[in-house]
Design a protein around this ligand. Structure first.
Ligand code: 5GP
Ligand code: MN
Length: 337
């Protein structure tokens, strides 16, 4: 089979179009949303390896830093965490997995109008963010899935560190191939990565078996605190700055916690509210089936996908909790639940 046959037919033209735009780029900043998750970090890494294979000058910008739980992933340097100084003067940018420009962080969102850019994302909302080309594909399970198709359109092989980076995004954004976005196309692409030597079990073990005792203690406290609301259909847990301080855990140690709440029997929506600073809270919502938590998040200025969404609100924890639960109630009522 030709490698390019791995690209689903309906994506071939757009993958080729983005590949041609990428060929024209040089001196590139590669960036995803701040506080990157597995898909965002996988996508910047995969694009870094892709540009390296094309002989382009590029650097990766990660803000505020590479999360500790993902620090085992090989990254193609240079990696910078601030844009106060550049490894070289950038001319272009590739934005990844970032539905809103402000989520790139203030340093890059202030600079982006000066850069020729390509935007690749699987969230709706960023359709015009790239000045040269955009591929916004909400049917894509992960941004790394789209990046893989672009690499194939460029004639590159998906192996070694590039394959691992793609797999990281696929594994994390499909919840380990459990969510409804685990399409035949995702499995087909993953099978190709495995055939090329990608070790999924090793990747899984590195993702899973890396807990600090602080993280375990934090989750223990939060599980005791979780509450059922609205007739046991909503699971809710507030997380305060003092929880991180008292356990010695970090923000990224909360990654995956909201999914635990969704496991409670009868729960339609799981919600966590995290105090990031006094008067500034981040919320994360998860649902199963048809309940659209993206609609609820949008009411509060956030966004995401039908079953996984989030956002930030400038309110006290108390006000944020009231607003969040009322947005969830509204969505559940819309669904007749
Ligand atoms: P998480 O709850 O894991 O931070 O985010 C879940 C999903 O919600 C992300 O994949 C992203 O699609 C979306 N999301 C999270 N925070 C924001 C935000 O501030 N704005 C928007 N538009 N989407 C967000
Ligand atoms: Mn993603």
């Amino acid at each position: 089979m030709q490698q390019s046959e791995l690209i689903p037919e309906r994506y071939r033209d757009v993958a080729q179009h983005i590949a041609e735009a990428v060929r024209k780029m040089d001196r590139v900043i590669i960036a995803a949303h701040a506080n990157p998750d597995g898909d965002a970090l996988g996508a910047v890494a995969a694009v870094g390896y892709m540009l390296r294979a094309l002989g382009k000058e590029a650097f990766i910008y990660v803000t505020p830093r590479v999360p500790l739980n993902l620090s085992f992933i090989p990254l193609p340097g240079p990696i910078v965490t601030t844009l106060v100084h550049f490894p070289f003067e950038p001319r272009c940018a590739i934005f990844l997995d970032c539905s809103e420009s402000h989520r790139l962080g203030p340093e890059l969102s202030n600079l982006m109008s000066a850069l020729e850019s390509v935007n690749i994302d699987h969230h709706l909302g960023s359709e015009g963010m790239g000045s040269m080309a955009n591929w916004v594909e909400p049917q894509g399970a992960a941004t790394t899935q789209l990046v893989a198709y672009i690499a194939l359109a460029l004639g590159l092989s998906l192996k070694e560190d590039l394959a691992t980076a793609v797999a990281l995004g696929l594994v994390t954004d499909t919840g380990g191939f459990r969510y409804s976005n685990t399409s035949q196309e995702v499995l087909h692409l993953t099978a190709h990565l495995v055939a090329n030597g990608c070790n999924l079990a090793a990747l899984r073990a590195q993702l899973d078996n890396s807990w600090s005792l602080s993280r375990m203690r934090l989750w223990g406290e939060l599980m005791c605190r979780a509450e059922m609301r609205r007739n046991n259909t909503v699971a809710f847990c507030p997380i305060f700055l003092s929880d991180l301080r008292s356990t010695g855990a970090h923000k990224e140690d909360l990654e995956g916690f909201v999914e635990q709440l969704r496991q409670l029997h009868g729960v339609k929506v799981a919600a966590v509210l995290r105090e990031d600073a006094p008067g500034c809270c981040k919320f994360s919502l998860r649902s199963s089936g048809t309940v659209d938590v993206c609609a609820a998040a949008t009411l509060l200025g956030g966004g995401g996908h039908r079953n996984a969404s989030g956002g930030t609100v400038r309110m006290t924890m108390e006000d944020a909790e009231a607003n969040l639960l009322s947005a969830i109630e509204q969505e559940l009522a819309n669904e007749g639940l």
